[in-house]
Write a protein that binds this ligand. Structure first.
Ligand SMILES: [Zn+2]
Length: 204
């Protein structure tokens, strides 16, 4: 599955570096006929498939301004019913006149909608990777929680604390400092250690 970031890279940046993208100076006419979003139907290459480029005789990289010529569309005659309905839909769609209307910057929203106002929250929703929510997430993060406690709890839940049993792999030998148990593991430290046990009795 394509993530949003991949999508932007693939369709908008087109595998080029963001910094290498040049303004063609053509303004709104530098829109690609097949692969850009300019028609209400969506990307035309996705509507009719790659075969459409051959059936209509329009190159995949052609710009809209190359197909729109002197005030009308330059389509070849086509018998294919799907192509005819596509041509119909394109001809019924009034193109904005770039001599009268200025270009505007629009921000893409979640579902192919475009708006004038930039929303940080929506931009974040689109570019960040979605992960499943863990059942213990509320134990770690909650209002007024102390970040360093949350971090320690998180390490403990993932069993990534530097306990004796894990440090042994790095050549460090360390037993439980409370009771002397040689195998200081997370479970021992928090629950099985006699010292911790007395603490729990005080707390609970
Ligand atoms: Zn112990």
């Amino acid at each position: 599955m394509l993530s949003s970031a991949d999508w932007v890279r693939k369709h908008l940046v087109r595998q080029e570096s963001f910094w290498d993208i040049r303004d063609t100076g053509l303004g709104s006419w530098a829109v690609r006929f097949w692969t850009d979003l300019w028609h209400p139907l969506g990307r035309l290459i996705e509507v009719v498939g790659e075969i459409g480029t051959q059936k209509l005789g329009i190159a995949r990289t052609a710009l809209v301004c190359e197909v729109w010529n002197e005030g009308c569309w330059a389509f070849r005659r086509c018998r294919d019913s799907q192509m005819r309905s596509l041509i119909q839909a394109i001809e019924n769609f009034a193109l904005p006149d770039d001599r009268t209307g200025p270009d505007v910057i629009l921000w893409k929203r979640q579902t192919n909608e475009f708006g004038k106002v930039f929303s940080t929250a929506e931009a974040w929703q689109m570019i960040h990777l979605q992960y499943p929510t863990f059942s213990w997430s509320k134990v770690i993060g909650f209002p007024l929680g102390v970040p360093r406690f949350a971090f320690i709890s998180w390490l403990a839940i993932r069993n990534r604390l530097s306990t004796g049993d894990r440090m042994r792999a790095w050549g460090q030998v360390q037993g439980c400092l409370f009771c002397g148990e040689p195998n200081e593991s997370r479970d021992h430290l928090f629950f099985a250690c006699p010292y911790t046990y007395t603490l729990w009795l005080e707390v609970v």
